[in-house]
Design a protein around this ligand. Structure first.
Ligand code: PHB
Length: 389
């Protein structure tokens, strides 16, 4: 017997869990499945920066109180190039801020809120495919952890199942999309050390990009640009610190034991289609951005806010217009975020094979941004994001 619900959500990441939470506030019931265990979801280290609009949605809808108490408000960032740092003051330029609050903490809060609300949230359930997209009864065909068949029949199926989305095939057919691969990656570390600076440092150096981010008083997250084929085990700890130091000339890094390392590939992707019939895609299932602009999770939240309104009108009022318009509405936000992420990436990274002209032009671009009030405001506006909803 299939499980019957109004909205079947594949993926218990930020997009899927927040959607279920917002729908629940309108009295719309959903079932959320994820192939991973709760523990895996709550402990995988991902992004760290939340736009102000994301924080407002999480705190005002009761999804997370902790973001305001455990998260840290950042009212600026530093851009470094040519041996000097330049502060971009978000508060002074656009009157907004971002919060440093790791994605897995957001997920812990969302899982707790959904379980407290009695949500049907199934871990270890792997979606295999979505069927009957073009009917009013689309279905998720899945397997539970023991290999047993699970079927969920709904009014709408939402693919919030990340960049390796299973739902995407039912929407785009051939995995079609706009795609760009970058000739570099980030080597990321987590280390035991106090913060090296008050705010995040984005550094363009002659040897390549580095980002000095944070996690808390005793744990820091840092990245440096590397070749995409780099093996995370390739460097000893001393060599890692040597590379990081050379990428932020003029800054003294607080160093400590490195306890996690990973290599992040850089890709930009937007699916050609975000909806077919009663199946829609949100978050990384629909798009990927490189991490430089910290847009990934924030863009997923924006999709979900737009989709919630569309589903409310469709499922409570029988009004299809917002649901029909969802892909076009979301696409406008997505391409702005794609541009911002691409722009930050191209301005800050060393392009393999770049000549002297390219290097000098890049420094000219960075100077144009930091030495102009309009330039600083443009960056601050894109980084802190616009109000959602
Ligand atoms: C992070 O802390 O993981 C982080 C921060 C800012 C970014 C990307 C990643 O742009």
């Amino acid at each position: 017997m299939p499980v019957r619900t109004r909205v079947a959500v594949i993926g218990a990441g930020p997009a899927g869990l927040l959607l279920s939470h917002l729908l629940g506030r309108h009295g719309i019931e959903s079932v959320v499945v994820d192939s991973r265990s709760r523990e895996e979801i709550e402990t995988t280290i991902r992004a760290g920066i939340l736009e102000q609009g994301t924080v407002e949605i999480l705190s005002e809808t009761g999804a997370s109180d902790r973001v305001l108490t455990a998260g840290r408000k950042h009212e600026g960032m530093e851009l470094r190039f040519d041996g000097e740092g330049h502060r971009i003051d978000f508060a002074a330029t656009v009157g907004r801020a971002v919060w440093l609050y790791p994605q897995h903490e957001v997920l812990k809060d969302l899982v707790a809120a959904r379980l407290a609300a009695g949500q049907d949230l199934r871990f270890g359930v792997t979606a295999e495919r979505v069927e009957d997209a073009e009917t009013n009864r689309p279905r998720v065909v899945a397997r539970d952890a023991e290999g047993g068949a699970v079927e969920i029949e709904a009014d709408v199926v939402v693919g919030a199942d990340g960049s390796r989305s299973v739902a995407r095939e039912a929407v785009t057919g051939t995995y079609g999309g706009y795609f760009r691969e970058y000739p570099f990656a980030w080597f990321g570390i987590l280390c035991e050390a106090p913060p090296s600076a008050e705010e995040l440092i984005y550094s363009n150096s002659p040897d390549g990009f580095a980002l000095i981010s944070q996690r808390g008083p005793g744990v820091q997250r840092m990245y440096f640009q590397c070749d995409p084929t780099t093996d995370p085990g390739a460097y000893g700890e001393e060599r890692l610190w040597e590379i990081l130091r050379s990428r932020v000339p003029g800054i003294t890094l607080n160093e400590g034991r490195v306890f996690q390392r990973d290599v992040l590939r850089f890709r930009s992707f937007v699916a050609h289609e975000m909806r077919r019939g009663r199946v829609v895609l949100v978050g990384d299932a629909a798009h990927t951005v490189p991490p430089t602009g910290a847009k990934g999770m924030n863009l997923a939240v924006a999709d979900v806010v737009v989709l919630t309104e569309a589903l409310r009108a469709l499922l409570l009022d029988g009004d299809e217009s917002l649901f029909d318009a969802f892909p076009d509405t979301a696409r406008k936000l997505i391409w702005k975020a794609q541009h911002f992420s691409w722009w930050m990436t191209s301005m800050l990274h060393l392009q393999p094979g770049a000549g002297d002209f390219d290097r000098m032009r890049q420094i000219g671009e960075l100077r144009s941004v930091v030495e102009s009030e309009a330039g600083r405001a443009y960056l601050a506006e894109g980084y802190t994001g616009r109000p959602l909803g």
